[in-house]
Design a binder for this molecule. Structure first.
Ligand SMILES: Cc1ncc(C[n+]2csc(CCOP(=O)(O)OP(=O)(O)O)c2C)c(N)n1
Length: 357
């Protein structure tokens, strides 16, 4: 079950579930069941917590969610196109499990890689690629109008390779070649290898700056594309992240969304013990970001937050996605030994059985 909460007036459409009218100034709850809106551009799912009063998800009402500007009709019709083929939440959850299985098989085959941070990003990457969020065409990966996706925490790339292969950017068979000499699938993403990789990352801290570059370039070129960047919370200990965090609101880059995979661990241990990011919501908000805080494994919340982020105007959006490192495999969850260690054959079997569809 997914639910939406609004604090101001508006109308929400839940195809198959009717239209809900909301009263200004009150907290309105709508509880559509099961799946995302298949027939309209308006999708509302998920419960949001916001960091500051008046900030965050849907806090401006649906007129802010999809503003009635001259672009309203084209935005809505484009979103309609994107969402009309959107699978159900259950189907997206199944896809996330399939991507997790791919990632673990690849890492086990390579006998090296980063399972923990690949698994924690699974719902985020699934929602982007299969939830009708990212506008992309695997048959035309250089389309200048495509949305950009940058995995700034490049060591988590197995989950991205899995999503790209499942989307049709390259054959699924190629996943087996992860980290092999001469493979296009190196342990960190390399621009110019497989189509669909938008940036070389892995040296942590740089992806948000690269995303800013794309967003500024899009504005200068008069393009409408959106740029999504996924960062790790450990990665946010890098100074360059905060320079980028200052720059994006300064340039009012509302075509940029940062998603922080907040799984509470980095390489050496707990983020909190090494250098705390708290209060991270307030920090991004103080820098001028529209901040959303979600459960990064609740597919409904993830999809709804991403939709809200791309529709938000005037500020870039930062989604703090609370996640679990190693999510989906009991013996990997919150065990930082699996930050950068491959499962052996037996462990892989157990993991795959836990992730069976
Ligand atoms: C500039 C830089 N310093 C150090 C590293 C080594 N390193 C690889 S992964 C990692 C931890 C990153 O933590 P986080 O971003 O939270 O990733 P996750 O826990 O999601 O895997 C570190 C320090 C690196 N890749 N780049």
């Amino acid at each position: 079950m997914v639910q939406g909460i609004w604090r101001t007036g508006g109308v929400a459409l839940f195809p198959g579930h009717g239209t809900a009218q909301y009263q200004p100034g009150t907290e309105n709850r709508a509880v559509p069941t099961g799946h995302l809106a298949p027939n309209t551009g308006l999708v509302a799912a998920g419960t949001f917590k916001t960091g500051l009063p008046g900030r965050g998800a849907l806090s401006g009402g649906l007129d802010r969610f999809i503003p009635p500007t001259p672009t309203f009709h084209s935005l809505r019709s484009r979103m309609t196109a994107a969402v009309s083929t959107t699978p159900s939440i259950e189907s997206l959850e199944k896809t996330a499990r399939a991507l997790r299985r791919h990632a673990l098989r690849m890492i086990a085959d390579a006998k090296s890689g980063h399972p923990g941070g690949s698994l924690s990003s699974a719902e985020i990457v699934t929602a982007l690629y299969f939830g009708g969020i990212l506008r992309h065409d695997p048959a035309n990966p250089a389309d200048p109008d495509r949305d950009r996706f940058i995995l700034s925490k490049g060591h988590g790339v197995p989950i991205l390779y899995a999503a790209l292969a499942e989307s049709g950017y390259f054959p699924l068979e190629e996943l087996k070649t992860l980290r092999q000499v001469d493979s296009r699938l190196q342990g960190h993403p390399v621009l110019g290898t497989v189509p669909g990789i938008e940036a070389s990352t892995g040296s942590l801290g740089q992806g948000l700056s690269i995303g800013i570059g794309h967003a500024v370039a899009g504005r200068l070129d008069g393009k409408q594309f959106h740029t999504f960047v996924v960062l790790g919370d450990g990665e946010c200990q890098e100074g360059q992240v905060w320079e980028a965090a200052m720059a994006a609101p300064n340039f009012e880059l509302d075509t940029l969304t940062a998603i922080i995979d907040a799984n509470r661990y980095q390489l050496d241990g707990a983020v909190e013990d090494i250098m705390s990011l708290a209060p991270i919501v307030d920090k991004f908000a103080a820098f001028g970001w529209n901040v959303l805080e979600i459960d990064g494994h609740d597919m409904g919340e993830v999809v709804a937050a991403l939709l809200q982020a791309r529709a938000h105007r005037g500020e870039p959006t930062c989604i703090i996605a609370h996640t679990v490192k190693g999510k989906g495999v009991t013996f990997m969850e919150n065990d930082n030994e699996f930050h950068g260690k491959a499962p052996n054959k037996d462990q892989l079997e157990v993991a795959l059985s836990q992730l069976a569809s």
